[in-house]
Design a protein around this ligand. Structure first.
Ligand SMILES: [Ca+2]
Ligand SMILES: [Ca+2]
Length: 109
């Protein structure tokens, strides 16, 4: 019963999450790669610099804590250059978010 309600809410785009678009966590600029450009894209949006809008909030939430903050580009930089842990799933292959948060994918965020 509960799973039916959750599925209905997701399909209708209601509830806290409407992740029906596959994404790669950390791929904030949606070019199917995770690199320094993604960290730059997140910083640019956070600090109001001109940059195309983030199409997938979940992808920009590199550390998967449910929010897009300065911690996300720092997480990506640590992963890429400092031997940090990789982003949580879905990574490195595209997939759906398995958690519940206020972020969505496929809409400007
Ligand atoms: Ca990218
Ligand atoms: Ca985050």
């Amino acid at each position: 019963m509960f799973s039916t309600l959750v599925l209905a809410a997701v399909l209708l785009g209601q509830g806290e999450e409407s992740d029906i678009t596959a994404f790669i966590r950390g791929d904030a600029n949606n070019d199917q790669r995770v690199n320094i450009a993604d960290a730059i894209a997140i910083v640019s949006v956070l600090f109001g610099r001109q940059h195309p809008p983030l199409l997938c909030g979940d992808a920009a939430d590199a550390n998967n804590d449910g929010a897009i903050t300065i911690a996300d580009p720092l997480f990506l930089i640590q992963y890429q250059f400092g031997g940090g842990i990789p982003p949580p799933s879905p990574f490195p292959a595209p997939g759906l978010d398995t958690g519940w948060d206020q972020l969505a994918c496929g809409v400007a965020g």
